[in-house]
Design a protein around this ligand. Sequence first.
Ligand SMILES: [Zn+2]
Length: 286
Amino acid sequence: MSLSSKKRAPRVLVIAPHPDDEALATGGVIQEHLRKGHVVKVLLVTCGDGQRRGLLLPPRHFLRLGERRYRESLDALRILGVHEKRVIALGYPDRGLAHLSASPYRSRYTKVCAVPYEWAYRPGAPYTREALLTDLAEIFTDERPQLIYLPHPRDRHGDHHAVYLFVHTVLRKLGLAPQLRHYLIHYGAWLLPLGRYFDKPLVPPRSLRDHTHWLVHELRPHQIERKYQAIRCYRTQTQYIEDHLLSYVRRNELFDLQPAIAEREAHPRGRLIALRRGQSSARFRA
Ligand SMILES: [Zn+2]
């Protein structure tokens, strides 16, 4: 068999709006993909450099927070088996993705209007909608993932919802149709009770059960343990909301294969972004 006829390992891309979403939503399934020899890359859209707590602190506090949170993701992903060279950090503004437009957005936290991190994918990229779409298009073209994990359209966090819209916009523009698995992080009281319930199943919110197609991914016991260890790396978050974060460690993870959404999805900040349903045609063996 010649080298060129050798089959390319399946490529998986996990897209996280903030450093920690990747482990909370996919900390188990990432391990399963790696076990099967798949190539897993993680794309952090923001570095989590915004926080309501301490809004009045100086910009340098939030820049340091972004740097710390990025490092926490690298540590957590190392535990899950993903090398840091497979982590791409874009550095767009935390709590600002839904505000991106044609003119550069200024972060309320870091007070910058462009990517301030030298280790980011494109340092100096302006905080505009166009710049983020360009980065995503370039990464999707380079990586050609067969499977993408991304936020659920009904996620109530503005950044999560915006990432969903941006990803769909770019895939449609490029004419790519990877399999999509949508994960939910923020959905009211859905996760209650909070805390360590590693034996409990994670079930979809009642209001999202009927019109959606949930894939249940069961974790092996050692994968649950490793996911737990990975989540403990996010110390900037666990110091305040450890119970909340550990609530995502359950015996399974959940992914919506085909979330029911409207043809035009309302933008969380009131604007409308045109959106057509991106159908997943390429099937993925996982
Ligand atoms: Zn998030």
